[in-house]
Ligand binder design. Structure first.
Ligand code: ADP
Ligand code: MG
Length: 305
């Protein structure tokens, strides 16, 4: 099967009304909505590094889109389309069909179109998705706006995917294989949150990026961390380590003042949110258990460590 028939068969499903020109020409064409900024990001998944080698191709397809939509959500933006650059070691049509089904399942769920990409052969399966979205000019929620006394809030639960990675076959593997980008919540937070990030490398490390960019500190109350009931047989310390230093959560962590948080709850987001701490003046991240200092040794994911 040649490159062009792979594209035609698996990556050229349907045209979207919001796309002027999609797969098939040298580039795609989009018309930016008036008074909006383009929001754009890319994320690569390498087989064996970002997902276990025996992950189902359907899940790989879903996840390669979802991790990018999570980055768009973390800016408060609305996702619009994706580009797919894929390097395949060989042509396995069954694999490609399932991968394509998973990729389009995520696209359809979030109303996103695949508008182009690149298909190459390489010894190692590598998938890079670029996602595009829009946001009203000046409204993006960045990492640098956290204010002293803001609440620190996270969506969903933390540590599920990291736990599943160590317990493959456990029901929580769904959270590892099929992360849920918090697109609706992200957009609701536009104009309400003071800063935001999506949690992909562990909450402690990712919240650390907000603290650094905003030049503030934070205190986390360990007992408030939203941890799945499935982890409750573990010691407190193990649970906190999964929640704080595990990766692949794809939840949103944001800072928000108390008044705006009330407003958010009135909007009834489609996912649970939990207050886990507070922004402080003293730089650095500290942990408390029942209000008392409780130091923890943690290491988030680092590619070149
Ligand atoms: P060019 O040689 O001009 O870069 P390609 O032959 O790489 O064009 O791609 C042909 C068309 O197919 C382009 O519109 C490109 O965006 C699209 N395309 C290639 N690979 C993919 C893919 N994996 N998914 C979606 N579209 C793709
Ligand atoms: Mg090309």
């Amino acid at each position: 099967m040649a490159e062009f028939s792979i594209i035609e068969t698996y990556f050229n499903r349907k045209r979207d009304a919001c796309v002027d020109l999609g797969v098939g020409d040298d580039s795609a064409l989009l018309t930016p909505p008036a008074n909006q900024q383009l929001v754009i990001c890319a994320d690569t998944l390498i087989a064996g590094r970002h997902f276990p080698l025996d992950t189902s191709p359907h899940a790989v397809g879903w996840k390669s889109v979802a991790v990018n939509l999570s980055d768009i959500a973390a800016m408060g933006a609305k996702p619009q389309s994706i580009l797919l650059a894929i390097s395949l070691p060989n042509i396995d049509e069954e694999w490609l069909q399932e991968f394509s089904n998973g990729l389009y399942a995520c696209c359809d769920q979030y109303n996103v179109s695949l508008i182009g990409g690149d298909t190459t052969q390489s010894p190692h399966l590598t998938i890079t998705v670029t996602a595009l979205g829009w946001i009203e000019t000046g409204q993006a929620v960045t990492r640098s706006g956290a204010q002293i006394d803001d609440l620190i809030v996270v969506s969903g639960s933390l540590g599920d995917a990291a736990f599943a990675l160590q317990h493959l076959g456990h029901p929580l593997q769904r959270r590892l294989d099929y992360p849920t980008p918090r697109c609706e919540l992200g957009q609701l937070l536009k104009g309400l949150a003071s800063s935001m990030i999506d949690v992909s490398d562990g909450l402690a490390q990712d919240l650390g990026h907000i603290l650094e960019a905003s030049k503030v500190g934070a205190t986390i109350e360990l007992r408030q961390l939203p941890i799945n009931i499935d982890l409750s047989q573990l010691s407190d310390t193990m649970q906190w380590k999964y929640a704080l230093a595990g990766g692949d959560d794809y939840e949103l962590c944001f800072t928000i003042n108390a008044q705006n948080y009330k407003e958010l709850l009135q909007l009834q987001p489609n996912v649970k949110t939990t207050i886990i701490g507070k922004i402080t003046q003293e730089c650095g991240l500290t942990f408390e258990k029942d209000g008392l200092d409780h130091p923890l040794q943690l290491h988030g994911y680092q590619h070149f460590a």
